[in-house]
Design a protein around this ligand. Structure first.
Ligand SMILES: C[S@@+](CC[C@H](N)C(=O)[O-])C[C@H]1O[C@@H](n2cnc3c(N)ncnc32)[C@H](O)[C@@H]1O
Length: 314
């Protein structure tokens, strides 16, 4: 496998998918969309009225389900809820906005307030509307409290305590059926060997990079790719590429990869990160019955795959 198996686009992902990605050509979508809560992604302004955000995201989801193969999986990293932001430009579009709420803060009168926007729950419902084959969501616990929560996070008051955010979801859905292609269908410990990965709570320390405000750790897409792609020619797609963490995991596991980001600088940084991985020998032994796309002989030798016939049956 080399950079010919990696395709990166700059642009709005729904439009790029409509123009460039064929029906039923992707095995796994691993992604984390903008949460509509003021992260600054270069020029992209992550702040829409919530109904507009959901209507845009439903177009993205429609495209994602279109490009998935039957049995393909969508994995979306998103919090169940995002927290109220008084200075959100469309504060009154939050689902639970209460226009009659009144209080005083720092001598200032505050009128009107929301509390949470259940963005992850809404998106899970939207996934179900696209295809009833939803899967068990995973809770990603974001390390220790110190990692996950800023020291200045306000906890409300004793008559209204807030729950501090220490986790996000990975929402999972399949298209048309639950079995994905390329697996052997075998059960048991050696066929599904990733004990930590098959628990529905994952403890993974978050990652940070000064070049991007919100990346996820490579371990997250790495686990998802190992669990949900087994065909020799599997293709992984991330429509919100960021710094390309999904592409790095796909390259480590020698899966073909398609990435899209609206910000050209992120796309170039992703290209560099992915190329660096592909210049190294593969790090991982692949799961039984599974080869990466385009492994050359020396790579296969390193992975000890030549001794056993490769399962190239999709
Ligand atoms: C939460 S970040 C993804 C980070 C990525 N998972 C990583 O680990 O680097 C969301 C990304 O989506 C991009 N983005 C926002 N709106 C987009 C759109 N309509 N089409 C494509 N990319 C978009 C932003 O530029 C940002 O890099």
């Amino acid at each position: 496998m080399n950079m010919d198996d990696v395709t990166l686009y700059t642009g709005e992902c729904a439009a790029i998918m409509a123009e460039h990605i064929r029906d039923e050509s992707v095995d796994l979508v691993v992604t984390s969309p903008p949460y509509n809560c003021r992260k600054i992604y270069g020029d992209f302004d992550d702040m829409l009225p919530w109904p507009e955000y959901y209507s845009w995201f439903s177009k993205v989801l429609k495209e994602l389900y279109r490009v998935l193969v039957p049995g393909g999986v969508i994995a979306i990293n998103i919090p169940g809820v995002v927290r109220w932001q008084a200075n959100h430009r469309y504060a009154d579009t939050w689902s639970d906005f209460d226009p009659y709420y009144k209080t005083h803060r720092g001598g200032k009168k505050v009128i009107g307030k929301g509390r949470i926007e259940p963005v992850g729950f809404q998106i899970f419902e939207m996934m179900k509307q696209n295809d009833s084959h939803i899967r068990e969501p995973i809770i990603w616990v974001k390390g220790s409290e110190g990692n996950a929560i800023g020291g200045d996070y306000r906890m409300g008051c004793d008559s209204d305590p807030y729950m501090r955010p220490a986790h996000e979801f990975i929402l999972l859905g399949s298209k048309s059926r639950w079995f994905h292609r390329g697996g052997t269908g075998r059960r048991g410990g050696d066929a599904v060997p990733f004990l930590d990965e098959t628990k529905d709570v994952w403890f993974i320390t978050p990652d940070r990079d000064s070049r991007h405000p919100a990346i996820f750790p490579v371990e997250l897409p790495r686990r998802l790719i190992k669990l949900f792609t087994h065909a020799a020619d599997s293709v992984v797609l991330d429509p919100f590429l960021g710094l390309g963490s999904s592409g790095v995991a796909a390259a480590e596991l020698r899966r073909s990869f398609i990435g899209i980001d609206i910000n050209a600088e992120y796309v170039e940084l992703s290209r560099e990160r992915i190329a660096k991985v592909l210049a190294q020998p593969p790090l991982f032994r692949l799961t039984p019955g599974c080869s990466g796309r385009g492994l050359d002989e020396s790579e296969a030798e390193q992975l000890d795959l030549l001794a056993a016939p490769l399962n190239l049956v999709n």
